[in-house]
Design a protein around this ligand. Sequence first.
Ligand SMILES: O=P(O)(O)OC[C@H]1O[C@](O)(COP(=O)(O)O)[C@@H](O)[C@@H]1O
Ligand SMILES: [Mg+2]
Ligand SMILES: [Mg+2]
Length: 365
Amino acid sequence: MSRDDVICSGPRYAIGFWSTPTESAPALDDKALTLRETLLNACRSDGLDPDLLPLLEDIATSCRVVSHLVQSGAFTGSLGAAGSTNVQGEAQQQLDVLANDVFVRHCSSSDRVAALVSEEVEEVYWLKDNPGPGDYIVYFDPLDGSSNLAINMCVGSIFSVVRLDREIDASDDRSVLLPGSSQICAGYSVYGPSTSFVLTTGNGVTGFTHQPGTGEFRVTHPDMKIGDTASEFAVNASRYAMWDAPLRRYFDECLAGQSGPRGQRYNMRWVASMVSEVHRILTRGGVFIYPCDEGNREQGGKLRLMYEANPMSFIIEQAGGRASTGLERILDVVPTSHHQRVAVFLGSKSEVDVLEQYHREAQQG
Ligand SMILES: O=P(O)(O)OC[C@H]1O[C@](O)(COP(=O)(O)O)[C@@H](O)[C@@H]1O
Ligand SMILES: [Mg+2]
Ligand SMILES: [Mg+2]
C-alpha cells in the first residue's frame, strides 16, 4: 500500500492509515444543526435573548482558536511553563496565558459585555464604566486541566454568563459576586480526540462537535441527560489521608463493591481535567468529587466557584444531575470573592444524595 494509494482512496481516508470501518455511530452530515442554527431555534422556541448570540459565537470562536493553539503547541513553541504565577499561586502554562488572551480579545468585542472574570487574572476586566440592566458578565477558565498539556492529555475551557438586572459599580470588583443561580448560560469545550462544545441556556444541555474542514460546531449530542444512578466515581484518591470522614466512608463503601453496603461494584476514573470528567458524566453518568480536605482547607478547596463549579453545576443540573458542596447546592452559594474555591460533589443524583447524607450525618455528630 503506497502513500499515494492511501492519499487517493477517497475523502474518508485521505490522511492516515487504512482501517476497515467497524459498527459505529452513523457518520453525521451537513444536515446536523450548527451552533448558530441551534441558537436561532432557541430564540424562537425557548425565548433565548437574541442579544446573547454574538457573545456565544465569540465564545465558540475562542474555543476554536484555543483548540488550534493546543493542537499546534509543539510547533509554535507554546508548550511549557510561562515563568509566571496566577492569583491562585499556580505556575502558569504558556497556553494558560495565550488562551486567556484569546478569550479576552473575542469576548470584549460585544458592547453588551460589562466585565470579564478570568482564572488567570487577579482583577476583574471592566469593559464598561456604567454597567447596567441587560449587560453581561463573562466568567471563564481559559484552559482547564493545564497539568495535562505536557502529557498530551485532554484539556478544555469553561465559561459562564450572567445578565445584569440592575446597575453595578464598575470601580468595585465585588460587584461581580453573583450566585450561580443567576447564570443565564454556561458551557465548556474539551480539546481531546475531537473538540466538543457543550452548552446550556437554561433549557437542557446540547453537545456539539467541531467539524474539521468547515470549522462549524454541529449538534452531535442533543438533549444530554444524566441517569439518576451510577457505578463510576472520579476522585484524586491519592489525597485519601487528607479527606474528612464522610468522603472516606463513601469511598470505602464503593471499594467494598457487591458485598459492601452499596451492594454494587464501582469503577474509578481520574483524568485530572474537570472538563473531561464532566463530559464523561454527561455521556455515561457517574460522580465527580473534589473535596475540601486537610491539604486545601485553608484555601477553601481546590476548584474555583465562579468559573469552574458554578458553570459545571448549572450544566449538570440542566442534565438532571445534582451539584453540592456536601452541605448545600453549589448554585446557592453566595460568593465572597471572585477567585474563591469550593468543595465539589457533582453528577448522578443518587451518588450526590448519599454524599450529602454522609456529610449531614457527620455534622450532626
Ligand atoms: O492535580 P489534581 O489534584 O489531579 O487536580 C486536577 C484538577 O485540577 C484542575 O486541573 C484545575 O483546573 P486548572 O487546570 O484550570 O487550574 C481541574 O481541571 C482538575 O479536575
Ligand atoms: Mg480549571
Ligand atoms: Mg485553568
